[in-house]
Write a protein that binds this ligand. Structure first.
Ligand SMILES: Nc1ncnc2c1ncn2[C@@H]1O[C@H](COP(=O)(O)OP(=O)(O)OP(=O)(O)O)[C@@H](O)[C@H]1O
Ligand SMILES: [Mg+2]
Length: 273
């Protein structure tokens, strides 16, 4: 079933709070294993403004992946409400959720999830094919996206011909090609060496400087140090929520060269709504 944007806009107009890109209201998630019930999230409320760069941290078992699955519309909460870009996604059907995932969220996973034996360019084009964009436009948009992560020259290489860091850059290009409301990254540097990790984090900083909204899940403090805000979860609850720099400021630890290079974008960001 096709879901039109206007249909979703209509649903959203009913009770969307005038707020950020993400608004979680008292989210609870209980896994019923048959014998016991596991309370993975015990009332998480969180609001993320447009242009923010948030790291979600927590020890193993604290509920990060559960939260990521809900934020990414891959799973639904047991209780509570979730608004994404003004749409109440807690009450949508599977088809509607798939549509939201494809149009509003850019995913970056630890394991890249690229289609093998398919060029980098074609991998980046895939979300546009589902979005029924014309072939010529798809090609242009995917190429632009690959160039923005420094991989223009590798457009026709297969994932297996690229290093881990380069493959992760392809997934970032794929995540941004649809111009999503939010980029959701789960341990994006988890499988990378230090040098590749540093480069990936500078790319996230670049996206942040361009005004994109980023939620990054990590258990590494060195990675969280690039975010503008750090939220810590423990036992399914928000333990702390620290603002490091203002939403309109560049992320901390961004390389000064990058700021210079993108100063135009940063200026625009300060004036955008
Ligand atoms: N499908 C499931 N069925 C039952 N219990 C689950 C399921 N998924 C997660 N849990 C439980 O929910 C709690 C939170 O798990 P979650 O995977 O969200 O933690 P995490 O912070 O991502 O941990 P890690 O850092 O190890 O990935 C844990 O107690 C876990 O055992
Ligand atoms: Mg996890």
């Amino acid at each position: 079933m096709e879901v039109s944007s206007s249909e979703l806009d209509y649903k959203s107009s009913i009770d969307a709070p005038q707020s950020g890109v993400i608004e979680l209201q008292n989210i609870q998630k209980v896994y019923d294993t048959g014998t016991i019930q596991v309370k993975a999230l015990r009332g998480v409320s969180l609001r993320v403004e447009r242009g923010d760069f948030v790291a979600i941290m927590g020890a193993s078992g604290s509920g990060k992946s559960t939260l990521m699955n809900i934020l990414g519309c891959l799973d639904i909460p047991t209780k509570g409400r979730y608004f994404l870009d003004g749409v109440n996604v807690s009450s949508l059907s599977q088809n509607e959720l798939a549509h939201i995932r494809n149009t509003k969220i850019g995913f970056v996973f630890q394991s890249y999830n690229l289609v093998p034996r398919t060029s980098a360019l074609r991998n980046v084009e895939l979300p546009l094919i589902y979005g029924s964009i014309k072939k010529k436009d798809r090609h242009k948009m995917a190429m632009k996206s690959l160039k923005s992560v420094g991989l223009g020259k590798f457009a026709y290489n297969l994932p297996s011909e690229l290093s881990g860091g380069m493959q992760q850059r392809v997934t970032i290009a794929r995540a941004i090609v649809t111009d999503p409301a939010m980029i959701l990254a789960d341990e994006p540097t988890g499988a990378l060496d230090t040098v590749s990790s540093a480069m990936i984090m500078q790319i996230f900083c670049k996206l942040s400087l361009q005004g994109r909204t980023i939620v990054l899940i990590t258990h590494e403090p060195e990675i969280a140090a690039f975010a503008k805000r750090v939220v810590e979860v423990r036992d399914g609850r928000v333990l702390s929520d620290r603002r490091i720099v203002e939403v309109s400021s560049p992320p901390p630890n961004v390389s000064p060269d990058l700021v210079d290079q993108l100063s135009g974008a940063t200026k625009n960001m300060a004036t955008s709504p």
